[in-house]
Design a protein around this ligand. Structure first.
Ligand code: FES
Length: 84
């Protein structure tokens, strides 16, 4: 199970975190990853100046936009984030 945390702290919220979450919710079933990923909303991940921050497994991604979500999920699907 790969944990995906989208920051919904105030800065990321203003930069569109909600749209990013919506895109994850839309695409997780599209990629058949319902049983492989756990989507969470998190509080400030400490990168507020860098746009919407998303943590996938133990890696951080900044300036995440809805258009980036497919690429992240494809990487997860391809096994780049093998975790227990
Ligand atoms: S508010 Fe998202 S990293 Fe701080």
């Amino acid at each position: 199970m790969v944990e995906i945390t989208v920051c919904v702290g105030s800065s990321c919220h203003l930069k569109g975190a909600y749209e990013v979450i919506k895109e994850f919710e839309r695409l997780i079933p599209f990629y058949g990853l319902e049983n492989s990923v756990e989507l969470k909303a998190g509080f400030c991940l400490g990168r507020c100046t860098e746009g919407v921050t998303v943590k996938v497994g133990d890696r951080y991604f900044t300036s995440v936009a809805p258009k980036d979500v497919a690429g992240l999920l494809e990487a997860v699907k391809n096994g780049n984030w093998k975790e227990d």
